[in-house]
Design a protein around this ligand. Structure first.
Ligand code: UDP
Ligand code: MG
Length: 320
């Protein structure tokens, strides 16, 4: 199988027939074999009935339905697990992404050697204040923090080499950061392609303003996990030790200078009259707490199932 097209969907009954028609119109003339995996993320409209109806008309369709709405990341992860193609394409079900891009995306993965190609909705057909402007600021922040130079990190239209989707785990709402997860797994050839973007004709967007708050918190998590996930003590331990030491040194200095002044019969203030002493105590206590958090983090990461799982790219023993 050459291509797997994975499409997460939630209440997209009106778009689906048009989308499938468009995909098969583009793909059937390509000479590549393909499958379409429609993951119904617990829709409560007639999306699933529509998908079941496809089975007769489009033999390359596979439908998977969740019992309830788990979110786009979960739908993608299940689609990735089911995908059999050498190249995996993801796209939204709302017809905002164009299937016409698929052949070129496929070519970029197959021939240009990219691990992952992300779409870039350069001319975006979405409202300015609620989507385009915040998205620009968001992408700028993500570029600065992750160092991955993509203009449109969270574009639904992306292409992957099979190895990428089989190596990463998209959990929570991490579908926004798949390129970060891929790079973390060692896939560095990440490309970008300008893609066509349509206005949403049917249904409504499934994400509101909270996407930016959740997205920002997830950005913190994903960068933290990628740097210190396997060695939490290095982060918390360093921070904790530094705080404990500085708090301790300030306290010792305050006490010592009081004793010194006392010994030389100079004027002095009792240590407990000085605000700085309490600040020093608080800093030291928080430092100890950070240290403990590091210990607990180590215990958790020690007992995680994948603590000793590594992605092996090549092995001479496997050569024929
Ligand atoms: N989606 C999903 N589960 C959800 C929310 C959304 O599978 O809980 C799908 C949705 O059906 C669509 C894609 O994710 O195919 C992108 O959603 P949407 O178009 O609402 O996002 P936007 O274009 O506003 O970023
Ligand atoms: Mg959309």
């Amino acid at each position: 199988m050459d291509i797997s097209i994975v499409i997460p969907l939630y209440n997209e009954e009106e778009s689906l027939p048009h989308l499938m028609e468009w995909i098969s119109r583009v793909m059937d003339v390509q000479g590549t074999t393909y499958e379409v995996i429609l993951v119904d993320d617990g829709s409560n409209d007639s999306s699933w009935q529509t998908i079941e109806g496809f089975i007769w008309k489009y033999p390359m369709v596979r439908g998977i339905k969740f019992r309830r709405n788990y979110g786009k990341s979960a739908a993608l992860q299940v689609g990735f697990a089911a995908a059999q193609g050498e190249v995996v394409i993801t796209m939204d079900a709302d017809m905002q992404d164009s299937p016409e891009e698929i052949p070129e995306l496929y070519r970029m993965i197959k021939n240009d050697g990219y691990d992952l190609v992300s779409g870039w909705k350069k001319k975006r057909r979405d409202p300015f204040f609620s989507k385009r402007l915040p998205s620009k600021m968001y992408n700028f922040t993500v570029r600065c923090i992750t160092g991955i130079k993509l203009h449109d990190m969270n574009c639904g239209l992306k292409a992957y080499h099979r190895n990428v989707v089989k190596s990463i785990e998209v959990y929570g709402e991490m579908h926004r950061y798949i390129p970060v997860l891929a790079r973390q797994a060692g896939f560095k050839r990440i490309g970008e392609k300008v893609v066509q973007h349509q206005e949403r004709k049917f249904g409504s967007s499934k994400f509101g303003w909270e996407r930016y708050i959740n997205g920002f918190l997830d950005l913190m998590s994903v960068t933290f996990v990628s740097r210190f996930g396997k060695r939490p003590m290095h982060f918390f331990g360093t921070l904790g030790s530094l705080m404990f030491l500085s708090g301790g040194l300030i306290a010792i200095w305050l006490i010592a200078s009081k004793i010194w002044a006392q010994a030389h019969h100079l004027k002095y203030r009792p240590v407990t009259d000085q605000p700085l002493f309490y600040i020093a105590l608080v800093i030291a206590i928080i430092g100890v707490q950070f240290f403990m958090a590091g210990f607990i983090g180590e215990l958790v990461s020690r007992s995680s199932a994948d603590r000793n799982q590594y992605l092996i790219e090549k092995d001479t023993a496997e050569k024929l």
